[in-house]
Write a protein that binds this ligand. Structure first.
Ligand code: CP
Length: 311
């Protein structure tokens, strides 16, 4: 049977997404039940671009399930430096592992790999395009902390142009009733036009603003902060000009709704002041923990083992 891959959060229907999030919540509540379900299984983490959370959380996820990990953490430490293509690499890795997570600076590289793969391939971030497993993490965090995925007003702030987590999260949340977006960015870092056009075509309410102030934050259920993506800029001067455009500090948090949660895919640079970390609304470190449960659920789902503990 052809393997199932994950390239975009929309690869899962809403029903499948709910099932995956239910599984992730069950894993959170009953970790021992899952601690040997992947005994003998291996995940390969093929990271052609730096990562802390995504790679380590995939590795932690597989180890929590009883499985093993192998892989590389930079293209420099793989035969990519000798010119090997991702298509050839995945054919090789298919002989060593049962499932693979790939991050690559080129948009579409994990998709190319998936076409030649005999094992499930997970897009762990491709250029400025998509980051579907961050979206699973974000969806689980929002559902767990706000109790729902519909009827939410979500503010997304920062680099909405290159921030792949933003593109994936908007597309995924757009499928829920009553969701609206406030897109907060400098003019140069607006969401790509395809994202705006998709929202307009689906008649999903959204507004674009530049300032992160009291009026912008009014009524927000979630404020999703992002860093300016230094690695995607062609010009250092443009990055330097943009990098501190937004700084969410204690003073700004005074103006925010009392029940608004602050999320961030991390890494954070300056866009959230460290003083905000103690605010009970700052949930970005809890979000990291949800990422492990979400990836455990994803591994089980793509391996066709989501019902393993019911047998
Ligand atoms: N959120 C995220 O993708 O972090 P890393 O780049 O550290 O994996």
């Amino acid at each position: 049977m052809a393997p199932r891959h994950l390239m975009s959060p929309l690869d899962f229907s809403v029903e499948e997404m709910e099932k995956l999030l239910d599984l992730a919540s069950d894993i959170e509540k009953n970790p021992d039940k899952y601690s040997h379900v992947c005994d003998g299984k291996r995940i390969a983490t093929l990271f052609y671009e730096p990562s802390t959370r995504t790679r380590l959380s995939f590795e932690a996820a597989m180890m929590n399930l009883g499985g093993k990990v192998l892989g590389f953490h930079s293209s420099d430490s793989s035969s990519a430096t000798k010119g090997e293509s991702v298509s050839d690499t995945i054919r090789i890795v298919s002989c060593y592992a049962d499932i693979c997570a790939m991050r690559h600076p080129k948009e579409g590289a994990p998709l190319v790999a998936s076409m030649k793969s005999s094992i499930p391939v997970i897009n762990a971030g491709d250029g400025g395009h998509q980051h579907p497993t961050q979206t699973l993490t974000d969806m689980m965090t929002i559902r767990s902390l706000k109790g729902r995925l519909g009827n939410l007003k979500i503010g997304l702030c920062g680099d909405l142009k290159f921030g792949r987590t933003v593109h994936s999260l908007i597309s995924s949340l757009s499928r829920y009733e009553g969701v609206s977006f406030v897109l907060i960015s400098p003019e140069e870092l607006r969401v790509p036009s395809y994202v705006r056009e998709s929202l307009a075509a689906k008649k999903i309410p959204f507004e674009e603003v530049v300032k992160l102030d009291e009026s912008t934050m009014s009524g927000l259920d979630v404020l999703y902060m992002t860093r300016v993506q230094k690695e995607r800029f062609f010009n250092e001067a443009d990055y330097v000009r943009m990098k501190d455009f937004y700084i969410l500090d204690r003073e700004k948090m005074e103006l925010a709704p009392k029940d608004m949660i602050v999320l961030h895919p991390l890494p954070r640079v300056n866009e959230i002041a460290v003083e905000v970390d103690d605010d009970p609304r700052a949930c970005y470190f809890r979000q990291v923990q949800y990422g492990v449960y979400a990836r455990m659920a994803l591994i089980l789902t793509l391996l066709g083992m989501e019902d393993a503990t019911n047998e």
